[in-house]
Design a protein around this ligand. Structure first.
Ligand code: CTP
Ligand code: MG
Length: 367
Protein backbone atom coordinates (compact mmCIF):
# COMPACT_ATOMS: atom_id res chain seq x y z
CA UNK A 1 0.00 0.00 0.00
CA UNK A 2 1.00 3.60 -0.56
CA UNK A 3 2.34 5.46 2.50
CA UNK A 4 1.18 8.96 3.36
CA UNK A 5 3.59 11.76 2.49
CA UNK A 6 3.26 13.11 6.09
CA UNK A 7 2.94 11.59 9.50
CA UNK A 8 -0.74 11.25 10.42
CA UNK A 9 -1.81 13.47 13.29
CA UNK A 10 -3.11 11.24 16.05
CA UNK A 11 -6.77 11.83 16.77
CA UNK A 12 -6.14 13.01 20.28
CA UNK A 13 -3.70 15.67 19.19
CA UNK A 14 -6.03 16.89 16.48
CA UNK A 15 -8.78 17.10 19.07
CA UNK A 16 -6.56 19.10 21.43
CA UNK A 17 -5.54 21.43 18.62
CA UNK A 18 -9.14 22.11 17.61
CA UNK A 19 -10.05 22.72 21.22
CA UNK A 20 -7.20 25.22 21.58
CA UNK A 21 -8.35 27.10 18.48
CA UNK A 22 -11.88 27.20 19.85
CA UNK A 23 -10.98 28.53 23.32
CA UNK A 24 -8.55 31.09 21.96
CA UNK A 25 -11.09 32.43 19.53
CA UNK A 26 -13.80 32.44 22.21
CA UNK A 27 -11.56 34.26 24.72
CA UNK A 28 -10.80 36.97 22.21
CA UNK A 29 -14.49 37.29 21.38
CA UNK A 30 -15.37 37.54 25.09
CA UNK A 31 -12.92 40.44 25.59
CA UNK A 32 -14.35 42.28 22.60
CA UNK A 33 -17.95 41.55 23.57
CA UNK A 34 -17.66 42.94 27.11
CA UNK A 35 -15.48 45.79 25.86
CA UNK A 36 -18.46 47.06 23.86
CA UNK A 37 -20.71 46.97 26.90
CA UNK A 38 -18.57 49.06 29.24
CA UNK A 39 -19.93 52.46 30.31
CA UNK A 40 -18.78 55.42 28.27
CA UNK A 41 -16.58 58.09 29.87
CA UNK A 42 -19.52 60.47 29.57
CA UNK A 43 -21.80 58.14 31.51
CA UNK A 44 -19.28 57.96 34.34
CA UNK A 45 -19.05 61.77 34.45
CA UNK A 46 -22.83 62.14 34.53
CA UNK A 47 -23.12 59.60 37.35
CA UNK A 48 -20.45 61.33 39.39
CA UNK A 49 -22.29 64.64 38.87
CA UNK A 50 -25.52 63.06 40.07
CA UNK A 51 -23.75 61.70 43.17
CA UNK A 52 -22.33 65.16 43.98
CA UNK A 53 -25.68 66.86 43.46
CA UNK A 54 -27.43 64.38 45.75
CA UNK A 55 -24.68 64.71 48.35
CA UNK A 56 -25.12 68.50 48.39
CA UNK A 57 -28.86 68.11 48.91
CA UNK A 58 -28.50 65.52 51.67
CA UNK A 59 -26.11 67.83 53.50
CA UNK A 60 -28.90 70.35 53.89
CA UNK A 61 -30.55 67.75 56.19
CA UNK A 62 -27.43 66.18 57.73
CA UNK A 63 -24.40 68.48 57.33
CA UNK A 64 -21.96 65.78 58.46
CA UNK A 65 -22.97 63.28 55.80
CA UNK A 66 -21.10 61.73 52.87
CA UNK A 67 -22.65 59.95 49.92
CA UNK A 68 -20.53 57.05 48.66
CA UNK A 69 -20.88 54.77 45.66
CA UNK A 70 -20.96 51.03 46.14
CA UNK A 71 -22.03 48.05 44.03
CA UNK A 72 -21.04 47.88 40.39
CA UNK A 73 -20.29 51.59 39.96
CA UNK A 74 -17.53 51.15 42.54
CA UNK A 75 -16.25 47.58 42.19
CA UNK A 76 -15.05 47.42 38.60
CA UNK A 77 -17.90 45.23 37.40
CA UNK A 78 -20.11 47.91 35.88
CA UNK A 79 -21.81 47.60 32.54
CA UNK A 80 -23.22 50.40 30.46
CA UNK A 81 -26.37 51.93 32.01
CA UNK A 82 -26.15 49.97 35.22
CA UNK A 83 -28.02 51.48 38.13
CA UNK A 84 -26.30 53.48 40.85
CA UNK A 85 -26.00 52.19 44.40
CA UNK A 86 -25.31 54.99 46.85
CA UNK A 87 -24.78 54.84 50.58
CA UNK A 88 -25.08 57.78 52.94
CA UNK A 89 -22.72 57.80 55.92
CA UNK A 90 -23.27 60.26 58.72
CA UNK A 91 -20.28 61.13 60.85
CA UNK A 92 -22.17 62.41 63.84
CA UNK A 93 -23.42 60.80 67.03
CA UNK A 94 -26.88 62.29 67.14
CA UNK A 95 -28.34 61.31 63.85
CA UNK A 96 -31.85 60.56 62.73
CA UNK A 97 -32.97 56.98 62.24
CA UNK A 98 -32.59 55.53 58.76
CA UNK A 99 -36.35 55.40 58.22
CA UNK A 100 -36.80 59.06 59.29
CA UNK A 101 -33.99 60.04 56.97
CA UNK A 102 -35.58 58.14 54.11
CA UNK A 103 -38.85 60.02 54.59
CA UNK A 104 -37.17 63.43 54.89
CA UNK A 105 -34.82 62.85 52.00
CA UNK A 106 -37.70 61.58 49.88
CA UNK A 107 -39.62 64.84 50.48
CA UNK A 108 -36.58 66.97 49.78
CA UNK A 109 -35.67 65.23 46.53
CA UNK A 110 -39.26 65.39 45.36
CA UNK A 111 -39.24 69.17 45.84
CA UNK A 112 -35.75 69.93 44.58
CA UNK A 113 -35.07 67.51 41.71
CA UNK A 114 -36.68 66.07 38.62
CA UNK A 115 -36.23 62.51 39.82
CA UNK A 116 -39.18 60.24 40.33
CA UNK A 117 -38.85 59.49 44.05
CA UNK A 118 -39.97 56.43 45.98
CA UNK A 119 -39.06 56.31 49.67
CA UNK A 120 -39.10 52.81 51.23
CA UNK A 121 -38.69 53.60 54.95
CA UNK A 122 -39.90 50.19 56.14
CA UNK A 123 -37.74 47.92 53.96
CA UNK A 124 -35.22 45.55 55.63
CA UNK A 125 -32.65 48.16 54.60
CA UNK A 126 -34.55 51.47 54.29
CA UNK A 127 -33.79 53.18 50.97
CA UNK A 128 -34.92 55.97 48.69
CA UNK A 129 -35.34 54.89 45.08
CA UNK A 130 -34.79 57.50 42.40
CA UNK A 131 -35.30 57.29 38.69
CA UNK A 132 -35.13 59.57 35.70
CA UNK A 133 -36.87 58.75 32.44
CA UNK A 134 -34.77 58.45 29.29
CA UNK A 135 -34.03 61.80 27.65
CA UNK A 136 -31.58 63.01 24.98
CA UNK A 137 -29.00 63.70 27.72
CA UNK A 138 -29.46 60.26 29.33
CA UNK A 139 -30.69 57.92 26.61
CA UNK A 140 -31.38 55.12 29.03
CA UNK A 141 -32.44 57.14 32.03
CA UNK A 142 -30.98 56.81 35.50
CA UNK A 143 -31.90 54.49 38.34
CA UNK A 144 -30.44 55.01 41.75
CA UNK A 145 -30.93 53.62 45.26
CA UNK A 146 -29.79 55.59 48.30
CA UNK A 147 -29.33 53.67 51.54
CA UNK A 148 -27.95 54.69 54.92
CA UNK A 149 -25.02 53.47 56.99
CA UNK A 150 -24.62 50.29 54.99
CA UNK A 151 -20.94 49.97 55.87
CA UNK A 152 -20.85 46.24 55.20
CA UNK A 153 -21.89 46.85 51.59
CA UNK A 154 -19.08 49.40 51.21
CA UNK A 155 -16.60 46.80 52.48
CA UNK A 156 -17.89 43.94 50.33
CA UNK A 157 -17.71 46.29 47.34
CA UNK A 158 -14.04 46.94 48.20
CA UNK A 159 -13.41 43.18 48.52
CA UNK A 160 -14.87 42.51 45.05
CA UNK A 161 -12.89 45.43 43.64
CA UNK A 162 -9.68 43.94 45.03
CA UNK A 163 -10.47 40.56 43.47
CA UNK A 164 -11.12 42.31 40.15
CA UNK A 165 -7.75 44.11 40.37
CA UNK A 166 -5.68 40.95 40.88
CA UNK A 167 -6.32 39.62 37.38
CA UNK A 168 -8.47 42.09 35.43
CA UNK A 169 -8.27 40.42 32.01
CA UNK A 170 -9.67 37.16 33.27
CA UNK A 171 -11.73 38.12 36.33
CA UNK A 172 -13.40 41.26 34.98
CA UNK A 173 -14.12 39.73 31.60
CA UNK A 174 -15.58 36.64 33.23
CA UNK A 175 -17.78 38.52 35.70
CA UNK A 176 -19.00 41.09 33.18
CA UNK A 177 -19.92 38.38 30.71
CA UNK A 178 -21.76 36.41 33.36
CA UNK A 179 -23.73 39.50 34.39
CA UNK A 180 -24.80 40.22 30.81
CA UNK A 181 -25.64 36.57 30.25
CA UNK A 182 -27.72 36.28 33.45
CA UNK A 183 -29.64 39.47 32.63
CA UNK A 184 -30.35 38.47 29.04
CA UNK A 185 -31.42 34.99 30.13
CA UNK A 186 -33.69 36.56 32.77
CA UNK A 187 -32.21 34.82 35.77
CA UNK A 188 -30.94 37.99 37.48
CA UNK A 189 -33.85 39.13 39.55
CA UNK A 190 -34.09 38.34 43.25
CA UNK A 191 -37.66 39.70 43.32
CA UNK A 192 -38.66 36.94 40.92
CA UNK A 193 -36.91 34.11 42.67
CA UNK A 194 -33.56 34.16 40.90
CA UNK A 195 -30.16 35.54 41.89
CA UNK A 196 -28.79 39.09 42.23
CA UNK A 197 -25.71 40.23 40.33
CA UNK A 198 -23.90 40.23 43.66
CA UNK A 199 -24.75 36.54 44.04
CA UNK A 200 -23.36 35.71 40.59
CA UNK A 201 -20.14 37.59 41.31
CA UNK A 202 -19.70 35.57 44.51
CA UNK A 203 -20.26 32.35 42.54
CA UNK A 204 -17.48 33.33 40.12
CA UNK A 205 -15.05 34.22 42.90
CA UNK A 206 -15.88 31.05 44.81
CA UNK A 207 -15.14 29.07 41.64
CA UNK A 208 -11.84 30.86 40.95
CA UNK A 209 -10.62 30.61 44.56
CA UNK A 210 -11.91 27.24 45.71
CA UNK A 211 -12.85 25.07 42.74
CA UNK A 212 -10.09 25.72 40.23
CA UNK A 213 -6.91 23.86 40.96
CA UNK A 214 -4.48 25.57 40.83
CA UNK A 215 -6.61 28.53 41.96
CA UNK A 216 -6.89 31.60 39.75
CA UNK A 217 -7.29 33.89 42.77
CA UNK A 218 -5.91 33.74 46.32
CA UNK A 219 -8.30 33.87 49.28
CA UNK A 220 -7.93 37.49 50.41
CA UNK A 221 -9.73 36.80 53.68
CA UNK A 222 -7.25 34.08 54.68
CA UNK A 223 -3.92 35.77 53.92
CA UNK A 224 -2.43 36.71 57.29
CA UNK A 225 -2.17 40.47 57.95
CA UNK A 226 1.31 42.00 57.77
CA UNK A 227 0.93 43.68 61.16
CA UNK A 228 -1.39 42.93 64.04
CA UNK A 229 -4.87 44.34 63.57
CA UNK A 230 -7.26 45.27 66.35
CA UNK A 231 -10.84 44.13 66.62
CA UNK A 232 -12.15 47.71 66.51
CA UNK A 233 -10.39 48.32 63.20
CA UNK A 234 -11.69 45.22 61.50
CA UNK A 235 -15.19 44.59 62.83
CA UNK A 236 -18.43 46.22 61.66
CA UNK A 237 -21.68 45.38 63.49
CA UNK A 238 -19.86 42.41 65.04
CA UNK A 239 -18.74 40.99 61.67
CA UNK A 240 -15.09 40.55 60.78
CA UNK A 241 -14.48 42.53 57.60
CA UNK A 242 -10.72 42.14 57.49
CA UNK A 243 -9.12 41.11 54.20
CA UNK A 244 -5.74 41.57 52.56
CA UNK A 245 -6.19 44.72 50.49
CA UNK A 246 -2.63 45.66 49.51
CA UNK A 247 -3.10 44.43 45.96
CA UNK A 248 0.07 46.04 44.66
CA UNK A 249 2.13 44.13 47.19
CA UNK A 250 0.17 40.96 46.57
CA UNK A 251 0.80 41.13 42.82
CA UNK A 252 4.55 41.43 43.47
CA UNK A 253 4.65 38.25 45.52
CA UNK A 254 1.80 36.11 44.22
CA UNK A 255 1.07 34.90 40.74
CA UNK A 256 -1.44 32.22 39.87
CA UNK A 257 0.05 29.13 38.30
CA UNK A 258 -3.27 28.60 36.57
CA UNK A 259 -2.83 29.70 32.97
CA UNK A 260 -6.25 28.78 31.58
CA UNK A 261 -7.90 31.27 29.27
CA UNK A 262 -11.09 33.04 30.21
CA UNK A 263 -13.02 30.82 27.78
CA UNK A 264 -11.70 27.64 29.40
CA UNK A 265 -12.63 28.99 32.83
CA UNK A 266 -16.12 29.88 31.63
CA UNK A 267 -16.72 26.46 30.10
CA UNK A 268 -15.60 24.83 33.31
CA UNK A 269 -17.72 27.19 35.40
CA UNK A 270 -20.90 26.26 33.53
CA UNK A 271 -20.05 22.57 33.84
CA UNK A 272 -19.34 22.87 37.57
CA UNK A 273 -22.59 24.68 38.38
CA UNK A 274 -24.62 22.42 36.05
CA UNK A 275 -23.65 19.16 37.64
CA UNK A 276 -20.95 19.27 40.32
CA UNK A 277 -21.95 21.86 42.91
CA UNK A 278 -23.79 20.23 45.85
CA UNK A 279 -26.92 22.38 45.74
CA UNK A 280 -28.87 20.34 48.27
CA UNK A 281 -26.20 20.12 50.99
CA UNK A 282 -23.51 22.67 50.21
CA UNK A 283 -22.90 26.35 50.90
CA UNK A 284 -20.55 28.30 48.63
CA UNK A 285 -18.36 30.47 50.86
CA UNK A 286 -15.62 32.60 49.36
CA UNK A 287 -14.28 33.00 52.91
CA UNK A 288 -14.10 29.32 53.85
CA UNK A 289 -14.68 27.14 50.76
CA UNK A 290 -17.46 24.58 50.52
CA UNK A 291 -19.45 24.40 53.77
CA UNK A 292 -22.31 22.15 54.84
CA UNK A 293 -25.79 23.61 55.21
CA UNK A 294 -26.13 21.91 58.63
CA UNK A 295 -23.00 23.57 59.92
CA UNK A 296 -24.72 26.92 59.37
CA UNK A 297 -28.22 25.87 60.41
CA UNK A 298 -29.32 26.40 56.80
CA UNK A 299 -30.51 22.85 56.18
CA UNK A 300 -33.69 22.40 54.20
CA UNK A 301 -35.16 19.61 56.23
CA UNK A 302 -38.00 18.20 54.13
CA UNK A 303 -39.44 16.10 56.94
CA UNK A 304 -40.50 18.96 59.17
CA UNK A 305 -43.12 21.53 58.33
CA UNK A 306 -41.64 23.93 60.84
CA UNK A 307 -38.73 24.37 58.46
CA UNK A 308 -41.05 25.33 55.65
CA UNK A 309 -39.88 28.89 55.63
CA UNK A 310 -36.20 28.06 56.06
CA UNK A 311 -36.48 25.49 53.32
CA UNK A 312 -37.71 28.15 50.92
CA UNK A 313 -34.92 30.45 51.97
CA UNK A 314 -32.15 27.88 51.74
CA UNK A 315 -32.61 26.10 48.45
CA UNK A 316 -29.42 27.65 47.22
CA UNK A 317 -26.83 28.83 49.71
CA UNK A 318 -24.13 31.42 49.15
CA UNK A 319 -22.53 32.81 52.28
CA UNK A 320 -21.98 36.57 52.38
CA UNK A 321 -18.23 37.17 52.74
CA UNK A 322 -18.63 39.25 55.92
CA UNK A 323 -22.22 38.90 57.11
CA UNK A 324 -21.68 35.17 57.47
CA UNK A 325 -25.18 34.42 58.79
CA UNK A 326 -26.69 35.95 55.66
CA UNK A 327 -27.52 33.72 52.69
CA UNK A 328 -27.08 35.91 49.61
CA UNK A 329 -29.18 33.42 47.61
CA UNK A 330 -32.07 33.38 50.11
CA UNK A 331 -34.44 34.84 47.50
CA UNK A 332 -33.91 31.92 45.14
CA UNK A 333 -37.06 29.80 45.01
CA UNK A 334 -37.44 26.20 43.89
CA UNK A 335 -38.52 27.33 40.43
CA UNK A 336 -35.81 29.97 40.36
CA UNK A 337 -33.11 27.43 41.11
CA UNK A 338 -34.53 25.08 38.50
CA UNK A 339 -34.34 27.91 35.98
CA UNK A 340 -30.80 28.90 36.96
CA UNK A 341 -29.49 25.35 36.77
CA UNK A 342 -31.30 24.87 33.48
CA UNK A 343 -29.46 27.91 32.14
CA UNK A 344 -26.09 26.60 33.34
CA UNK A 345 -26.84 23.36 31.50
CA UNK A 346 -27.99 25.13 28.37
CA UNK A 347 -24.77 27.17 28.32
CA UNK A 348 -22.70 24.02 28.78
CA UNK A 349 -24.50 22.34 25.91
CA UNK A 350 -23.95 25.28 23.57
CA UNK A 351 -20.25 25.47 24.38
CA UNK A 352 -19.77 21.70 24.06
CA UNK A 353 -20.76 21.97 20.38
CA UNK A 354 -17.84 24.36 19.82
CA UNK A 355 -19.59 26.70 17.42
CA UNK A 356 -17.71 29.70 16.02
CA UNK A 357 -17.11 32.19 18.81
CA UNK A 358 -19.56 34.84 17.66
CA UNK A 359 -22.25 32.26 17.16
CA UNK A 360 -21.56 30.90 20.64
CA UNK A 361 -21.90 34.34 22.23
CA UNK A 362 -25.09 35.20 20.41
CA UNK A 363 -26.65 31.85 21.27
CA UNK A 364 -25.57 32.08 24.90
CA UNK A 365 -27.01 35.56 25.32
CA UNK A 366 -30.10 35.09 23.18
CA UNK A 367 -33.03 36.97 24.76
N1 CTP B 1 -25.42 43.78 48.28
C1 CTP B 1 -25.31 43.15 49.51
N2 CTP B 1 -26.08 42.07 49.80
C2 CTP B 1 -26.95 41.59 48.88
C3 CTP B 1 -27.08 42.19 47.62
C4 CTP B 1 -26.29 43.29 47.35
O1 CTP B 1 -24.50 43.59 50.32
N3 CTP B 1 -27.70 40.53 49.19
C5 CTP B 1 -24.60 44.97 48.02
C6 CTP B 1 -23.21 44.61 47.54
O2 CTP B 1 -22.31 45.59 48.05
C7 CTP B 1 -23.31 44.76 46.05
C8 CTP B 1 -24.30 45.90 45.93
O3 CTP B 1 -25.21 45.71 47.01
O4 CTP B 1 -22.05 45.08 45.49
C9 CTP B 1 -25.06 45.92 44.63
O5 CTP B 1 -25.69 44.69 44.40
P1 CTP B 1 -26.19 44.30 42.96
O6 CTP B 1 -27.01 45.39 42.40
O7 CTP B 1 -26.73 42.91 43.05
O8 CTP B 1 -24.81 44.17 42.17
P2 CTP B 1 -24.15 45.14 41.12
O9 CTP B 1 -22.72 44.69 41.02
O10 CTP B 1 -24.40 46.55 41.47
O11 CTP B 1 -24.87 44.70 39.78
P3 CTP B 1 -25.73 45.52 38.71
O12 CTP B 1 -24.74 46.16 37.81
O13 CTP B 1 -26.53 44.44 38.06
O14 CTP B 1 -26.57 46.50 39.49
MG1 MG C 1 -26.20 47.66 41.29
Amino acid sequence: SQSLPYAPVPNQRRHAYRHRLFVNELSQALFEFVGQLLPTAQELVVKEDVRKLLERLIRTIEPESRLLSFGSTANGFNLRNSDMDLCCLIDSDERLSASDLVVMLGDLLERETKFRVKPLPHARIPIVKLSLDPSPGFPSGIACDIGFENRLALENTRLLMCYAMIDPPRVRTFVLFLKVWSKRRKINSPYQGTLSSYGYVLLVIYFLVHVKNPPVLPNLQQIPPLRPVSKEDTHINGYNTWFFDDIELLCQSWRSSNTETVAELLIDFFRYYSRDFAYSTGVASIRAGLLKKESKGWQNDLSSSKFNDSRERNRFCIEDPFETDFNVARCVTREGLYQIRGEFMRASRILAMRPRALVALSQLCEE
